[in-house]
Design a protein around this ligand. Structure first.
Ligand SMILES: Cc1cc2nc3c(=O)[nH]c(=O)nc-3n(C[C@H](O)[C@H](O)[C@H](O)COP(=O)(O)O)c2cc1C
Length: 152
């Protein structure tokens, strides 16, 4: 799978206190346009899994190349996130949180899920889209590293 280049998203949910919670994810794809549907595959070992099971909704924030630091930060376990990285959230529809300055935010409602192995795949309908008219290229991941084709 490391030979398959992907974009990078941050999945936003809410924790038990209702605070925004974020996790880096690239197992994300479009499913169909009518109705607008996406899927994300979430490991059972993540905090996001528990929050998502309760909430039934999530945000998808597509990162730009200038947000590599955020992609790395939200890939750490929350205990290992020591701060020093700047980010903020904006309130989105249905109580979701949008990561400010991501290229695109999608507010999604889970319409089905499939448990397989140590992951659950969530199918979700896109209810809200915010585009930030980001001029930078997308953040990419390839061969287990951040990837910038223009720099190769
Ligand atoms: C580029 C990249 C992509 C990732 N994609 C996923 C993914 O699609 N699904 C997943 O469950 N974890 C994925 N992870 C791992 C999570 O980001 C990581 O386990 C994180 O610590 C989980 O945070 P949480 O426990 O606070 O929810 C990815 C990590 C990286 C670096």
């Amino acid at each position: 799978m490391s030979q398959f280049a992907t974009g990078v998203t941050v999945i936003t949910t809410r924790d038990e206190q209702g605070e925004p919670h974020a996790m880096t994810a690239n197992a994300f794809t479009s499913v169909c346009l009518d109705p607008p549907t996406v899927l994300v595959s979430v490991a059972h070992s993540t905090h996001t899994f528990g929050f998502l099971e309760k909430l039934g909704r999530f945000g998808v924030n597509i990162l730009g190349q200038d947000q590599e630091e955020l992609g790395a930060y939200f890939a750490l376990r929350p205990e290992a996130r020591k701060g020093g990285v700047e980010y903020s959230y904006a309130d989105a529809a249905d109580g979701l949180a949008a990561l400010e300055n991501s290229m695109v935010f999608m507010g999604c409602e889970v319409i089905g899920s499939h448990v397989y192995g140590d992951h659950t795949v969530y199918f979700a309908e896109v209810k809200e889209v915010r585009q930030n008219n980001h001029a930078v290229p997308p953040l990419m991941f390839f061969r287990s590293r951040w990837y910038n084709p223009a720099a190769e």
